[in-house]
Design a protein around this ligand. Structure first.
Ligand code: SAM
Length: 656
């Protein structure tokens, strides 16, 4: 029998019970408790959580560029969140304020149960639909859902609430808590000292809190951790509930004190004697105003950072010496599929995290821009580069990865592939449409020019270009792949290799795969201007800066395909006219990109670079991280991951 992997997230075991009104309501078989009140769950949610945190009044008075952050224990059916979202739509001011909700869930409902539970609330249907379309598969870690049109970010942390909260960091605190994790009588493990420590760590002055539970363990836990607690009348026939306000400001990490360091002027390139390797949060104080931000490099990194910051209402100038997507990220199609790794390494595997965030991001961008940006084809991983045991595939949720026998895989692919893993959310990105969608955003201006150098002066950065006179910005983000090391001399030179994709027009007499295949390389069909093409990627030639397309690289791509699927490779018509496009992958010694602030905590210089061949997977989540760092938000990745991406980390920096 298959052993349960301790890293698996178990979905909730729901029993549907019919209430007095004939409505089916969800009950947790594990906790023996209801998710929402049988009589009027929505009214109760509004009373306990929205009203007792004074959300209507607090939302409506948010200043421009202010973010209100809510923390929830127990996402459950998402009812509290949807009620909050609806209220936000009704009362939010017409400015650039934002709502950020951070919720935790150890036993997420499966998609079908969630749909059924939310069907109870007709007035929430439009919001429920959006939530369901973005609902993550049950994999541990933070799943960031952005609803940009509503200025709402929802982070769903799957896993134990206390463990999740312990990973959270950022230059902000929770403004209101919803403690909704089943009462201590049926869930005593949750209400431990460590949970209250985290509530304290993440609270700030005047953080409010509400909960159904009036159990003494809750009252005492909160009181001992800086909250002033009050019993108030409960909803309907319920006698009482708890509200609390955080008074003590005994903080560990959050928020950190602002602007303690003296102002300074320095030139880039500059000399530094000591390098601070461990992750430090920025100490910038002007993130509640409209920022003007220069982003240098208009590849996938620069474009996605531009988008993340423009969606927060900031003014972005995107600069490239050539054109958007002129280099490595401009292949006709980018292939989005995860690098499989065992479940216990998933939360530290940026590629898998990025892939999940990316498949949501590109689909939403497509919807919002009305452009064909993402085609969710699914794909088959042919296990050529086996990084996991086949038995481990059964640990993954079906929506993430499913093992297919040789026969099943062949039926899917239309070509013999052998045993393979089906990855449902994989797909193809139309790179030019992606760039077009980003560049039509009103807050983004593209300028073609070459950056010569730049320096920080007090609260600004001054950039010098070849053509324009110098320009002044609040921040600069360097996204120039290999050239990054020229601008940031503390960074060790990246390793690099040429990658070439090869493609040719196809006709119906070719043997073709019905969906993308992933092996040492990858192959896929795609359509462009009513013509079908077959594409293979991507060759690997170390230490060359030559990006002219080469016959030798076409042959390399065919060879790699031949090793994985000989029937397909042998059928290719090598005499047809081939197209090729080569770009340089740049990579750090530890293979992870650089994401964050360069230099000291009050530096206004940032980078997102060295994305290797994983640019389209890394870009959406890393851009959210960078935007969150610049804007002083709670971040979408855990502390350990931030350290591993920190541009000042030892492995990627040098002393000069
Ligand atoms: N807020 C939810 C809603 O709006 O539908 C209802 C939450 S339900 C009352 C309690 C939730 O807490 C359940 O979904 C349960 O799985 C979750 N939970 C229980 N223990 C937990 C823990 N240790 N960490 C995270 N979530 C937990």
């Amino acid at each position: 029998m298959h052993q349960q992997n301790p890293h698996c997230i178990n979905t909730a075991d729901i029993i549907w019970q019919t209430d007095d009104l004939g409505q089916a309501v969800p009950i947790s078989s594990m906790f023996g408790d209801v998710y929402f009140s049988k009589t009027d769950g929505l009214a109760e949610s509004r009373y306990v959580f929205l009203q007792h945190n004074q959300l209507a009044q607090r939302f409506s008075t948010l200043a421009d560029y202010e973010t209100f952050t809510i923390g929830e224990i127990g996402f459950g059916t998402g009812l509290n969140i949807l009620a909050t979202w609806q209220l936000w739509q009704q009362v939010r001011p017409d400015n650039h304020s934002r709502l950020h909700i951070i919720t935790t869930e150890k036993f997420p409902l499966c998609q079908t149960d969630l749909q059924r539970a939310l069907d109870c609330w007709q007035e929430l249907t439009p919001l429920a639909k959006q939530l369901l379309a973005n609902y993550p598969p049950p994999l541990a870690g933070c799943h960031r859902l952005n609803f940009f049109a509503d200025r709402l970010t929802l982070d769903i942390w799957l896993g134990d609430a206390t463990d999740s909260l312990a990973q959270i960091t950022g230059n902000s605190h929770i403004n209101a808590w919803f403690l909704d994790g089943f009462a201590p009588a049926c869930n005593h493990e949750l209400w431990a000292e460590q949970l209250f420590q985290q509530l304290q760590r993440l609270s700030g002055e005047n953080t409010t809190l509400s909960t159904f539970s009036v159990a003494s363990v809750v009252k005492h836990g909160l009181t001992h951790h800086g909250f002033s607690v009050k019993k108030v009348k409960g909803f309907g026939k319920k006698r009482e509930m708890l509200t609390a306000v955080f008074l003590a400001n005994i903080q560990e990490n959050l928020p950190i004190e602002l602007n303690k360091k003296p102002q300074y002027i320095h030139k880039y390139p500059r000399k530094t004697k000591t390098i601070q390797p461990s992750f430090t949060l920025p100490t910038l104080s002007d993130n509640t105003k409209k920022l003007s931000i220069a982003i240098v490099g208009a590849g996938v990194a620069g474009l996605s950072c531009a988008y993340a910051l423009a969606m927060r209402g900031h003014k972005i100038t995107l600069i490239d010496k050539t054109a958007p997507l002129a280099e490595a990220s401009g292949n006709p199609r980018a292939f989005l599929a995860p690098k499989l790794t065992s479940l216990q390494r998933m939360t530290t595997n940026l590629h898998a995290i990025g892939y999940l965030a990316g498949s949501r991001f590109y689909q939403n961008l497509a919807k919002q821009s009305n452009l064909a940006i993402f085609q969710q084809t699914g794909c088959l991983d042919l296990l050529s580069h086996n990084r996991i045991e086949l038995s481990e595939v059964n640990d993954f949720p079906m929506a993430f990865a499913q093992l297919r026998s040789a026969t099943q895989a062949e039926n899917l692919a239309g070509v013999p592939t052998g045993e393979a893993i089906f990855l449902e959310k994989a797909g193809l990105i139309h790179t030019q449409n992606f760039a077009k969608a980003v560049l039509t955003e009103k807050n983004i201006q593209f300028i073609q020019d070459e950056l010569l150098d730049f320096y920080q002066q007090n609260h600004h950065v001054i950039l010098n270009f070849t053509h324009q006179s110098h320009q002044v910005f609040d921040h600069v983000i360097i996204c120039t792949a290999l050239d990054t090391c020229q601008f940031l001399p503390n960074i060790r030179p990246f390793n690099y290799s040429r990658g070439q994709v090869s493609w040719f027009a196809i006709s119906s007499n070719h043997l073709l795969p019905k969906l993308p295949l992933k092996y040492g390389g990858y192959c896929t069909c795609f359509d462009e201007n009513k013509q079908a093409y077959f594409l293979m990627g991507a060759s690997f030639v170390r230490d060359t800066l030559d990006t002219t397309a080469k016959e030798a690289d076409h042959l390399m791509n065919i060879e790699t395909l031949k090793e994985a699927v000989p029937e397909l490779a042998n059928n290719l018509n090598v005499s047809t006219s081939w197209h090729g496009r080569a770009g340089l992958r740049s990579q750090t010694v530890d293979y992870l990109p650089l994401v964050g602030q360069v230099g000291s905590a009050n530096s206004r210089v940032w980078t997102f670079s060295a994305l290797g061949s994983k640019g389209y997977a890394y870009a959406p989540i890393c851009s959210e991280l960078l935007a969150g760092l610049i804007c002083g938000e709670i971040l979408p990745l855990g502390k350990n991951m931030l350290e591993r991406l920190y541009p000042n980390r030892k492995s990627v920096t040098k002393k000069i």
